[in-house]
Design a protein around this ligand. Structure first.
Ligand code: NAP
Length: 284
Protein backbone atom coordinates (compact mmCIF):
# COMPACT_ATOMS: atom_id res chain seq x y z
CA UNK A 1 0.00 0.00 0.00
CA UNK A 2 1.52 3.34 -1.09
CA UNK A 3 0.16 6.73 0.01
CA UNK A 4 1.14 10.24 -1.10
CA UNK A 5 0.67 12.91 1.60
CA UNK A 6 0.86 16.51 0.39
CA UNK A 7 2.53 18.78 2.93
CA UNK A 8 3.92 15.63 4.55
CA UNK A 9 7.04 17.50 5.65
CA UNK A 10 5.36 19.32 8.56
CA UNK A 11 2.40 19.60 10.92
CA UNK A 12 -0.58 17.30 10.52
CA UNK A 13 0.77 15.94 7.22
CA UNK A 14 3.92 14.68 8.94
CA UNK A 15 1.83 12.83 11.54
CA UNK A 16 -0.44 11.39 8.84
CA UNK A 17 2.72 10.00 7.20
CA UNK A 18 4.14 8.71 10.50
CA UNK A 19 0.91 6.93 11.42
CA UNK A 20 0.56 5.44 7.94
CA UNK A 21 4.16 4.18 8.11
CA UNK A 22 3.44 2.66 11.56
CA UNK A 23 0.50 0.86 9.95
CA UNK A 24 2.88 -0.60 7.34
CA UNK A 25 2.11 1.69 4.39
CA UNK A 26 4.81 3.03 2.10
CA UNK A 27 4.60 6.83 2.26
CA UNK A 28 5.64 9.57 -0.14
CA UNK A 29 5.86 13.07 1.33
CA UNK A 30 4.83 15.77 -1.16
CA UNK A 31 6.96 18.83 -0.36
CA UNK A 32 8.05 22.07 -2.00
CA UNK A 33 11.23 22.26 0.09
CA UNK A 34 14.00 19.63 -0.27
CA UNK A 35 15.71 20.48 3.03
CA UNK A 36 12.47 20.26 5.04
CA UNK A 37 11.47 17.04 3.26
CA UNK A 38 14.81 15.41 4.05
CA UNK A 39 14.53 16.33 7.74
CA UNK A 40 11.00 14.88 7.83
CA UNK A 41 12.16 11.64 6.16
CA UNK A 42 15.00 11.33 8.70
CA UNK A 43 12.74 12.02 11.70
CA UNK A 44 10.14 9.55 10.44
CA UNK A 45 12.79 6.84 9.99
CA UNK A 46 13.95 7.44 13.58
CA UNK A 47 10.37 6.98 14.84
CA UNK A 48 9.52 4.02 12.59
CA UNK A 49 12.78 2.19 11.86
CA UNK A 50 11.35 -0.07 9.16
CA UNK A 51 9.44 2.76 7.46
CA UNK A 52 9.39 2.88 3.68
CA UNK A 53 9.41 6.62 3.13
CA UNK A 54 10.52 8.95 0.35
CA UNK A 55 9.57 12.40 -0.85
CA UNK A 56 8.45 13.99 -4.12
CA UNK A 57 8.85 17.60 -5.15
CA UNK A 58 5.47 19.35 -5.19
CA UNK A 59 4.76 23.07 -5.11
CA UNK A 60 1.01 23.55 -5.13
CA UNK A 61 1.50 27.25 -5.93
CA UNK A 62 2.96 26.29 -9.31
CA UNK A 63 0.75 24.23 -11.65
CA UNK A 64 3.76 23.15 -13.73
CA UNK A 65 5.26 21.55 -10.60
CA UNK A 66 1.93 19.90 -9.80
CA UNK A 67 1.56 18.49 -13.32
CA UNK A 68 5.14 17.19 -13.27
CA UNK A 69 4.96 15.33 -9.95
CA UNK A 70 7.08 12.18 -10.02
CA UNK A 71 5.29 9.38 -8.20
CA UNK A 72 4.34 5.82 -9.07
CA UNK A 73 1.04 4.01 -8.54
CA UNK A 74 -0.85 4.99 -5.40
CA UNK A 75 -3.40 3.30 -3.15
CA UNK A 76 -4.32 6.65 -1.61
CA UNK A 77 -3.49 10.33 -1.68
CA UNK A 78 -4.05 12.67 1.26
CA UNK A 79 -4.59 16.21 -0.01
CA UNK A 80 -3.37 17.78 3.22
CA UNK A 81 -1.06 20.72 2.43
CA UNK A 82 -2.54 24.11 3.16
CA UNK A 83 -1.80 27.78 3.64
CA UNK A 84 -3.46 30.19 6.02
CA UNK A 85 -1.99 33.63 5.35
CA UNK A 86 -2.37 36.30 7.99
CA UNK A 87 -0.97 39.41 6.29
CA UNK A 88 -3.41 41.93 4.79
CA UNK A 89 -1.86 41.86 1.29
CA UNK A 90 -3.35 39.59 -1.38
CA UNK A 91 -0.75 37.23 -2.81
CA UNK A 92 -0.77 35.14 -5.98
CA UNK A 93 0.56 31.78 -7.10
CA UNK A 94 2.95 31.45 -10.04
CA UNK A 95 -0.12 31.07 -12.27
CA UNK A 96 -1.72 34.28 -11.01
CA UNK A 97 -4.34 32.71 -8.73
CA UNK A 98 -5.08 34.05 -5.26
CA UNK A 99 -2.65 32.14 -3.05
CA UNK A 100 -5.02 30.49 -0.52
CA UNK A 101 -7.60 29.40 -3.12
CA UNK A 102 -4.78 28.54 -5.53
CA UNK A 103 -2.77 26.30 -3.19
CA UNK A 104 -5.51 24.73 -1.09
CA UNK A 105 -8.11 24.12 -3.78
CA UNK A 106 -6.79 24.63 -7.34
CA UNK A 107 -3.41 23.00 -6.64
CA UNK A 108 -5.07 19.87 -5.26
CA UNK A 109 -7.68 19.87 -8.04
CA UNK A 110 -4.85 19.89 -10.59
CA UNK A 111 -2.90 17.28 -8.63
CA UNK A 112 -5.86 14.89 -8.68
CA UNK A 113 -6.04 15.39 -12.45
CA UNK A 114 -2.27 14.88 -12.83
CA UNK A 115 -2.30 11.65 -10.82
CA UNK A 116 -5.09 10.22 -12.99
CA UNK A 117 -4.72 6.49 -13.43
CA UNK A 118 -1.69 6.40 -11.14
CA UNK A 119 -4.47 6.29 -8.53
CA UNK A 120 -5.25 2.56 -8.56
CA UNK A 121 -8.82 1.39 -9.35
CA UNK A 122 -9.74 1.18 -5.64
CA UNK A 123 -7.67 4.18 -4.52
CA UNK A 124 -8.87 6.62 -1.88
CA UNK A 125 -8.61 10.37 -2.46
CA UNK A 126 -8.73 12.06 0.94
CA UNK A 127 -9.27 15.82 1.04
CA UNK A 128 -8.43 17.80 4.20
CA UNK A 129 -11.35 20.04 5.09
CA UNK A 130 -11.84 22.20 8.17
CA UNK A 131 -14.55 23.12 10.66
CA UNK A 132 -13.81 26.68 9.43
CA UNK A 133 -15.54 25.79 6.14
CA UNK A 134 -18.89 25.25 7.83
CA UNK A 135 -19.63 28.96 8.07
CA UNK A 136 -18.24 29.87 4.61
CA UNK A 137 -20.08 30.79 1.43
CA UNK A 138 -18.41 30.89 -1.99
CA UNK A 139 -18.60 34.12 -4.00
CA UNK A 140 -18.75 32.96 -7.63
CA UNK A 141 -18.43 36.56 -8.81
CA UNK A 142 -15.10 36.86 -7.00
CA UNK A 143 -13.61 33.37 -6.50
CA UNK A 144 -10.10 34.84 -6.52
CA UNK A 145 -10.87 37.59 -3.93
CA UNK A 146 -9.85 40.34 -6.38
CA UNK A 147 -12.50 42.79 -5.19
CA UNK A 148 -12.40 42.03 -1.51
CA UNK A 149 -9.45 40.17 0.05
CA UNK A 150 -9.63 39.14 3.69
CA UNK A 151 -7.25 36.33 4.69
CA UNK A 152 -9.65 34.59 7.10
CA UNK A 153 -12.51 34.62 4.57
CA UNK A 154 -10.18 33.44 1.80
CA UNK A 155 -9.06 30.53 3.99
CA UNK A 156 -12.59 29.52 4.99
CA UNK A 157 -13.75 29.68 1.38
CA UNK A 158 -10.77 27.64 0.19
CA UNK A 159 -11.62 24.88 2.68
CA UNK A 160 -15.28 24.94 1.59
CA UNK A 161 -14.10 24.74 -2.03
CA UNK A 162 -11.96 21.69 -1.16
CA UNK A 163 -14.89 20.00 0.59
CA UNK A 164 -17.27 20.70 -2.31
CA UNK A 165 -14.61 19.41 -4.72
CA UNK A 166 -14.28 16.13 -2.80
CA UNK A 167 -18.05 15.60 -2.65
CA UNK A 168 -18.44 16.42 -6.36
CA UNK A 169 -15.60 14.02 -7.15
CA UNK A 170 -17.49 11.34 -5.22
CA UNK A 171 -20.63 11.95 -7.34
CA UNK A 172 -18.60 11.80 -10.55
CA UNK A 173 -16.80 8.62 -9.52
CA UNK A 174 -20.13 6.93 -8.68
CA UNK A 175 -21.71 8.10 -11.96
CA UNK A 176 -18.75 6.66 -13.88
CA UNK A 177 -19.01 3.32 -12.04
CA UNK A 178 -15.57 3.79 -10.48
CA UNK A 179 -14.47 1.93 -7.34
CA UNK A 180 -12.25 4.81 -6.24
CA UNK A 181 -13.29 6.65 -3.09
CA UNK A 182 -13.36 10.40 -2.46
CA UNK A 183 -13.55 11.17 1.26
CA UNK A 184 -13.22 14.37 3.32
CA UNK A 185 -11.31 14.34 6.62
CA UNK A 186 -10.74 17.23 8.99
CA UNK A 187 -8.49 17.46 12.04
CA UNK A 188 -10.71 19.44 14.41
CA UNK A 189 -8.65 22.03 16.24
CA UNK A 190 -5.01 20.89 16.15
CA UNK A 191 -2.41 23.08 17.85
CA UNK A 192 1.39 22.98 17.69
CA UNK A 193 1.47 23.65 21.45
CA UNK A 194 -0.35 20.35 22.11
CA UNK A 195 1.74 18.35 19.61
CA UNK A 196 4.48 15.95 20.81
CA UNK A 197 8.09 16.80 19.95
CA UNK A 198 9.69 15.48 16.79
CA UNK A 199 13.03 17.33 16.91
CA UNK A 200 14.25 19.06 14.88
CA UNK A 201 11.00 19.00 12.85
CA UNK A 202 8.84 20.22 15.71
CA UNK A 203 9.73 21.24 19.25
CA UNK A 204 6.83 22.15 21.47
CA UNK A 205 6.28 25.46 23.13
CA UNK A 206 6.42 24.32 26.78
CA UNK A 207 3.73 26.67 28.05
CA UNK A 208 0.90 24.72 29.67
CA UNK A 209 -2.21 25.21 27.64
CA UNK A 210 -5.82 25.18 28.80
CA UNK A 211 -6.67 24.63 25.14
CA UNK A 212 -6.14 20.91 25.65
CA UNK A 213 -9.60 20.71 27.23
CA UNK A 214 -11.28 21.43 23.89
CA UNK A 215 -8.56 20.96 21.26
CA UNK A 216 -5.81 18.47 20.43
CA UNK A 217 -2.31 18.06 18.99
CA UNK A 218 -1.46 17.58 15.33
CA UNK A 219 -0.76 13.91 16.01
CA UNK A 220 -4.39 13.35 17.01
CA UNK A 221 -5.52 15.80 14.31
CA UNK A 222 -3.99 13.40 11.77
CA UNK A 223 -6.21 10.47 12.80
CA UNK A 224 -9.35 11.23 10.74
CA UNK A 225 -7.25 11.46 7.56
CA UNK A 226 -5.41 8.22 8.37
CA UNK A 227 -8.72 6.47 9.04
CA UNK A 228 -10.13 7.83 5.77
CA UNK A 229 -7.03 6.76 3.82
CA UNK A 230 -6.56 3.20 5.09
CA UNK A 231 -9.16 2.43 7.78
CA UNK A 232 -12.17 0.09 7.72
CA UNK A 233 -15.82 1.07 7.08
CA UNK A 234 -14.96 4.14 5.02
CA UNK A 235 -17.31 5.07 2.18
CA UNK A 236 -16.96 7.50 -0.68
CA UNK A 237 -18.76 10.80 0.00
CA UNK A 238 -18.22 10.67 3.77
CA UNK A 239 -16.76 13.39 6.00
CA UNK A 240 -14.58 12.12 8.88
CA UNK A 241 -13.77 14.33 11.85
CA UNK A 242 -13.04 14.12 15.58
CA UNK A 243 -15.79 12.80 17.83
CA UNK A 244 -16.04 15.61 20.45
CA UNK A 245 -17.92 18.52 18.85
CA UNK A 246 -15.82 17.98 15.72
CA UNK A 247 -12.83 19.43 17.58
CA UNK A 248 -10.99 16.58 19.31
CA UNK A 249 -11.12 12.85 19.89
CA UNK A 250 -11.33 9.66 17.89
CA UNK A 251 -12.48 9.86 14.23
CA UNK A 252 -16.10 9.32 13.30
CA UNK A 253 -18.22 10.14 10.22
CA UNK A 254 -20.18 13.41 10.33
CA UNK A 255 -23.41 14.38 8.60
CA UNK A 256 -22.99 16.07 5.21
CA UNK A 257 -25.15 19.19 5.59
CA UNK A 258 -25.25 22.98 5.45
CA UNK A 259 -22.96 24.47 2.79
CA UNK A 260 -21.52 21.00 2.05
CA UNK A 261 -24.88 19.68 0.79
CA UNK A 262 -24.94 21.91 -2.28
CA UNK A 263 -24.35 19.89 -5.48
CA UNK A 264 -25.19 22.93 -7.61
CA UNK A 265 -22.41 25.04 -6.07
CA UNK A 266 -20.07 22.03 -6.29
CA UNK A 267 -20.75 21.56 -10.02
CA UNK A 268 -20.27 25.27 -10.67
CA UNK A 269 -16.99 25.26 -8.74
CA UNK A 270 -15.82 22.19 -10.68
CA UNK A 271 -16.44 23.95 -14.01
CA UNK A 272 -14.62 27.09 -12.80
CA UNK A 273 -11.69 24.99 -11.57
CA UNK A 274 -11.36 23.25 -14.96
CA UNK A 275 -11.25 26.66 -16.61
CA UNK A 276 -8.70 28.08 -14.17
CA UNK A 277 -6.32 25.10 -14.19
CA UNK A 278 -6.82 23.85 -17.75
CA UNK A 279 -7.16 20.26 -16.48
CA UNK A 280 -9.94 18.01 -15.21
CA UNK A 281 -9.69 15.04 -12.83
CA UNK A 282 -10.78 11.87 -14.58
CA UNK A 283 -9.94 8.20 -14.82
CA UNK A 284 -10.08 5.76 -17.71
N1 NAP B 1 -4.24 22.89 12.46
C1 NAP B 1 -5.55 22.95 12.50
O1 NAP B 1 -6.17 23.16 13.56
C2 NAP B 1 -6.36 22.76 11.26
C3 NAP B 1 -7.76 22.87 11.35
C4 NAP B 1 -8.51 22.62 10.23
C5 NAP B 1 -7.91 22.25 9.04
N2 NAP B 1 -6.56 22.18 8.96
C6 NAP B 1 -5.97 21.80 7.68
O2 NAP B 1 -5.02 20.75 7.87
C7 NAP B 1 -3.97 20.85 6.91
C8 NAP B 1 -2.61 20.86 7.60
O3 NAP B 1 -2.59 21.92 8.53
P1 NAP B 1 -1.38 22.13 9.54
O4 NAP B 1 -1.95 22.78 10.76
O5 NAP B 1 -0.58 20.89 9.66
O6 NAP B 1 -0.55 23.24 8.75
P2 NAP B 1 1.04 23.52 8.74
O7 NAP B 1 1.68 23.00 9.97
O8 NAP B 1 1.15 24.97 8.41
O9 NAP B 1 1.55 22.66 7.51
C9 NAP B 1 1.12 22.98 6.22
C10 NAP B 1 1.83 22.10 5.22
O10 NAP B 1 1.41 22.51 3.90
C11 NAP B 1 2.58 22.73 3.12
N3 NAP B 1 2.40 23.72 2.06
C12 NAP B 1 2.06 25.03 2.16
N4 NAP B 1 2.10 25.62 0.95
C13 NAP B 1 2.48 24.66 0.06
C14 NAP B 1 2.73 24.66 -1.33
N5 NAP B 1 2.62 25.77 -2.08
N6 NAP B 1 3.11 23.51 -1.92
C15 NAP B 1 3.27 22.39 -1.20
N7 NAP B 1 3.06 22.32 0.14
C16 NAP B 1 2.69 23.47 0.75
C17 NAP B 1 3.61 23.22 4.12
O11 NAP B 1 4.91 23.15 3.54
P3 NAP B 1 6.09 24.14 4.03
O12 NAP B 1 6.64 23.51 5.27
O13 NAP B 1 7.03 24.14 2.88
O14 NAP B 1 5.46 25.48 4.29
C18 NAP B 1 3.36 22.23 5.25
O15 NAP B 1 3.95 21.00 4.97
C19 NAP B 1 -4.27 22.11 6.10
O16 NAP B 1 -4.96 21.75 4.92
C20 NAP B 1 -5.18 22.90 7.02
O17 NAP B 1 -6.03 23.77 6.28
C21 NAP B 1 -5.77 22.42 10.04
Amino acid sequence: MTVLVTGGNAGIGYFVAEQLAEAGAEVVLGSRDAAKAEVAVRVLRERVPDARVSWARLDLADLASVKGIEVGELDAVVLNAGVYLDGPERRETKDGHEMTFGVNHLGHFALTAALGDRLKPEARIVTMGSFAAKSAKLDFEDLQSKRDYRPKTAYERSKLAQTLFALELDRRLRAAGSSRLSVVAHPGGALDSLTPDRPPLHVRNRKLSLARIALQGKDDGARPAVRAAVGPDVHSGQIWGPRMFGLKGAPRPEPVRGPYADPEAAARLWAASVELTGVEPGFS
